[in-house]
Write a protein that binds this ligand. Structure first.
Ligand code: PLP
Length: 463
């Protein structure tokens, strides 16, 4: 079957530009290892063939085998505290000496301490916890929990969302490449609606410089969630990222409306904060900006400090209602080393005031980027919050045609100049710096992007 899914996450790893970049950048050692990598791993979208070979990851930087150093403004959103934080490495080593594993039928202190800490830092009264090894598994736990609590199985989620690669997570996700018919039937009852995306409103409403015109659209995106809740009548949960990874922020009041609609129709609200949790958006959780408390919150990625894989599900206490059944029971559910890594990561985030740093330097970056719009006609929209930032490149501002070719050119030019990030949807330069990023590093990144964008605009004939 040769039906290719539309580009969503990351650059195209087989494009002519990628091949040319690899040819001029890689030496023989890199080429040999990349060929071995491509030979032994199953091929899938985005990688392999991989971009290059990483030999070092330290602080905000990654370094390839040839010594090219990149300021990493992607980091899969795991590197909030920077790669290889010394305090985290010693805490993990000490925990390995003290207690390396706990079979999950036994309690252990680090797991209990972590559960209590998560409850302390998360919104409202979320306090019942389960751990998994990855985000996708944690989403499955959340879906099972919502089903058990409501006696219903249907969900509402957004097109274009990503919630993980498992069958449940792919079913509520909205990306073609994870949902394709080639994988066979997904879960039933997973309804999807168009997401909030004010700059490119799927319902066709005009924006006001990237912001919603609420007097015109009357927040149709939120009303549609209510509409489907009402029509289906028996939905277990609405599941979504409170701030979308593209990125897109919700219109003001969006989550309050959806929360109300969920309450009116007996559905649970699940927030997937796997990339945004622990400070990415300049508050501990993205939903803190909206002052809306979910019934279930899912976190992962940076929780293990960029070293250890761990994710968590936090639920309201009244959802603890199915003690005779199993939601997770993952082998490493109460692994003391993972729990110690997560606890120490949160301590580092608190001690080093990293959430505040993301808020301050993120606001500074958004201001600087807004002023770059005057210089670069290809910048259609700048959006984001804290260290979740998007630069939406267009062929011209009037018709907003996505400038995918331009974005790809900028991406490789930035790599050549020591900056790594991800493109999303083909045309959005997506910056997710670690929370330790300094103003100097941010200035370097923005200067690099502006310079490379100018060169690419001239090359492609936009100016
Ligand atoms: C919003 C969101 N949900 C879920 C996941 C899945 O997490 P994991 O890769 O740990 O399974 C991701 C990973 O990128 C994500 O960004």
């Amino acid at each position: 079957m040769n039906h290719k899914p539309a580009q969503s996450e990351g650059e195209i790893n087989t494009s002519a530009r990628r091949i040319a970049w690899a040819k001029k950048t890689h030496d023989d050692r890199t080429r040999t290892l990349l060929a071995k990598d491509a030979g032994c791993f199953l091929h899938q979208s985005v990688s392999p063939p991989c971009l290059s070979v990483i030999a070092k990851a330290e602080g905000a930087y990654i370094e390839d085998m040839q010594g090219h150093r990149y300021l990493d403004f992607h980091g899969n959103n795991v590197h909030h505290i920077g790669y290889g934080h010394p305090s985290l490495k010693s805490a993990i080593a000490a925990q390995m000496d003290e207690l390396p594993f706990a079979p999950r039928r036994f309690a252990c202190r680090p797991a209990v301490d972590l559960a209590e800490k998560l409850s302390e830092i998360s919104p409202g009264s979320l306090s019942k916890v389960l751990f998994t090894t990855g985000g996708s598994d944690a989403i499955e736990v959340a879906l099972k929990l919502a089903r058990a609590a409501t006696g219903r199985h249907k969900t509402i989620s957004f097109w274009d969302a990503f919630h993980g690669a498992g069958f449940g997570a792919s079913s509520v996700g909205g990306e073609q490449m994870f949902r394709s018919h080639i994988f066979g039937p997904l879960l039933t009852g997973t309804e999807h609606v168009a997401p909030f995306a004010c700059y490119r409103c799927p319902y066709g409403y005009p924006d006001n410089d990237g912001r919603p015109q609420l007097e015109l659209c009357k927040m149709t995106c939120a009303n549609f969630v209510r509409y489907v809740l009402e029509k289906e009548g028996d939905v277990a949960a609405v599941i979504a990222e409170p701030a979308r990874a593209v990125p897109y922020l919700p219109p003001p009041g969006f989550w309050r409306e959806v929360r109300k609609a969920c309450n009116d129709h007996g559905a649970k609200l699940i927030f997937d904060e796997i990339p945004t949790g622990l400070g990415k958006t300049g508050k501990m959780f993205a939903c803190d900006h909206d002052e809306v408390e979910p019934d279930i919150l899912v976190m992962g990625k940076a929780l293990g400090g960029g070293i250890i894989p761990i994710a968590a599900v936090l639920a309201q206490p009244e959802l603890d209602i199915a003690g005779d059944y199993a939601f997770g029971h993952y082998t490493h559910e109460k692994n003391p080393v993972s729990a110690r890594a997560a606890l120490t990561t949160i301590e580092i985030i608190e001690e080093e005031n990293l959430v505040e740093n993301a808020a301050t330097i993120g606001a500074y970056a958004l201001d600087r980027l807004a002023s770059l719009k005057d210089k670069h006609p290809s910048i259609g929209d700048i959006r984001g919050r804290g260290f979740l930032i998007g630069i939406d490149l267009v062929m011209d501002r009037a018709d907003k045609l996505p400038a995918n070719d331009l974005a790809e050119e900028v991406f490789y030019r930035c790599l050549d100049n020591g900056l790594s990030f991800k493109t999303t949807m083909g045309n959005v330069l997506t910056l997710t710096p670690p929370l330790i990023t300094t103003k100097t590093q941010m200035d370097f990144a923005l200067d690099t992007i502006s310079r490379c964008l100018g060169e690419a605009e001239r090359l492609i004939g936009i100016i």
